[in-house]
Design a protein around this ligand. Structure first.
Ligand SMILES: [Cu+2]
Length: 114
């Protein structure tokens, strides 16, 4: 039991974003949530991210925009998927929220969902 708890403590202490494989898994989880979410889906291309922390910042910024339902950010490819209520927020607002952080964002032609 003791070693089990120690294992959990070690796991919790390991930075989740130190491993690119963990980042990829986190992205596919988040991406599945975006695709399952209601609303308009949009793929953005974000340039300038260098680590999982950057991706977290972009997700936090998008999450802070009213009307955003879910988002997924892959810092390695820049692919950023957003599900949002188009009656409440426009793509330009999403891009502006990302630009405010210092990253370059454009609407990707790779639009998915409806
Ligand atoms: Cu970073």
């Amino acid at each position: 039991m003791r070693s089990f708890l120690f294992g959990i403590a070690l796991f919790a202490a390991t930075p989740a974003f130190a491993c690119p494989m963990a980042d990829a898994a986190a992205f596919s989880d988040a991406s599945a949530k975006v695709q399952a979410a209601s609303g308009t889906k949009l793929t953005l291309s974000v340039e300038g991210m260098s680590c999982g922390d950057c991706a977290n910042k972009v997700m936090a910024a998008l999450g802070g925009v009213q009307g955003v339902v879910a988002s997924a950010v892959d810092y390695q490819t820049g692919r950023t998927e957003v599900a949002f209520d188009s009656a409440k927020v426009k793509p330009e607002t999403l891009i502006a929220a990302i630009k405010k952080l210092g990253y370059k964002a454009t609407v990707s032609t790779d639009v998915f969902g409806s």
